[in-house]
Design a protein around this ligand. Structure first.
Ligand code: 5GP
Length: 213
């Protein structure tokens, strides 16, 4: 039996698609960049966005930064697995990279706001959908305040609380109180996913055929 690239020697070769999502301000970005550093075998899907780069962000590492026209072309050419508008900017997942990564047997993680995560779920129901939770509701309210005007603060809090309600569509819930702990929980979830009998079955089918005959 050949060894899987990604966790369980008995697992068949297609990689696991994991989506990390959760309410605005919960710390998805922080957890995902820590995971990226800790998990050498886990490929990170770099999104396209029309948002302007932040000072420490690098093209092709954090995002592919696009004009609105360029982003529209990606949509028109059906090059995005999903896309969503968030805080006045567009964000989307390049489709080909995700498919090629999975087909090569590597695991991939997508960090998405909640609507995008649900769109991916419709296309990849076999994916693993993880909802990052705040340590408490008060903490979520504080984090989604940002540094904005009263009105923007109010709408941000309402949105984060509404996003919380979408947890029912996810497979796992991980509390993001301590980044390292959250990362190791996510790694464990991915490892468990490789041990699903559906993943292992194609490899052991010949064994079953042999013992049944
Ligand atoms: P930020 O501008 O802070 O980097 O990201 C804003 C939000 O967009 C975050 O919730 C992040 O998870 C989400 N996001 C990043 N890339 C994508 C994407 O490709 N698609 C969707 N739907 N959301 C994304």
């Amino acid at each position: 039996m050949t060894s899987s690239k990604n966790g369980n020697p008995a697992s068949c070769e297609r990689g696991v698609l994991t989506v990390l999502s959760g309410p605005s301000g919960v710390g998805k970005g922080t957890v995902c960049s820590a995971l990226r550093k800790m998990s050498a075998g886990l490929v990170y899907s770099v999104s396209a966005t029309t948002r302007a780069p932040r000072p420490d962000e690098v093209e092709g590492v954090n995002y592919f930064f696009k004009s609105r026209e360029q982003f529209q072309q990606l949509i028109d050419r059906d090059e995005l697995l999903e896309w969503a508008e968030y805080a006045g900017n567009y964000y989307g997942t390049p489709r080909r990279f995700v498919e090629e990564t999975l087909n090569s047997g590597k695991d991939i993680i997508l960090e998405l706001e909640v609507q995008g995560a649900l769109k991916v779920k419709r296309k990849f129901p076999e994916g693993v959908f993880i909802f990052l939770l705040p340590p408490s509701l008060d903490e979520l309210r504080n984090r989604s305040r940002g540094t904005e005007t009263e009105e923007v603060i109010r709408s941000g809090i309402t949105e984060a609380v509404n996003e919380l309600k979408l947890i029912e569509h996810f497979d796992y819930a991980v509390v993001g109180d301590r980044v390292e702990l959250a990362c190791s929980r996510i790694q464990s979830i991915i490892t468990a996913e490789h041990c699903r009998k559906e993943k292992v079955f194609p490899k052991i089918r010949p064994w079953l055929d042999e013992v049944r005959s």
